[in-house]
Design a protein around this ligand. Structure first.
Ligand code: SF4
Ligand code: SF4
Length: 84
């Protein structure tokens, strides 16, 4: 499952540089996450780095779009291959 940012976001800019996949970007009103680039940090870290740093805890897991650990690993590999 990718993560998403709720409208409680205060646009503090802290999460964006922490994402190893460059999945976080400034949207029209708040920061947003590209679902196809978010691996829950699988392949890079044990925990979602954006959640660790968000001061208002407004980054949540999108449970409506479940992905298995294997799918997240495949997504990670695809992202890495596209950067190579
Ligand atoms: Fe980026 Fe990891 Fe947060 Fe997903 S969980 S947006 S990959 S920092
Ligand atoms: Fe918004 Fe949290 Fe990211 Fe700050 S760290 S920009 S409050 S989502």
């Amino acid at each position: 499952m990718s993560l998403f940012i709720t409208d409680e976001c205060i646009n503090c800019d802290v999460c964006e540089p922490e994402c190893p996949n460059d999945a976080i970007y400034q949207g029209e009103e708040i920061y947003e996450i590209h679902p196809h680039l978010c691996t829950q940090c699988v392949g890079h870290y044990d925990e979602p780095q954006c959640q660790q740093v968000c001061p208002v805890d407004c980054i949540l897991i999108d449970t409506e779009n479940p992905e298995t650990p294997e799918q997240l690993e495949e997504k990670y590999k695809t992202i890495m291959a596209s950067k190579a």
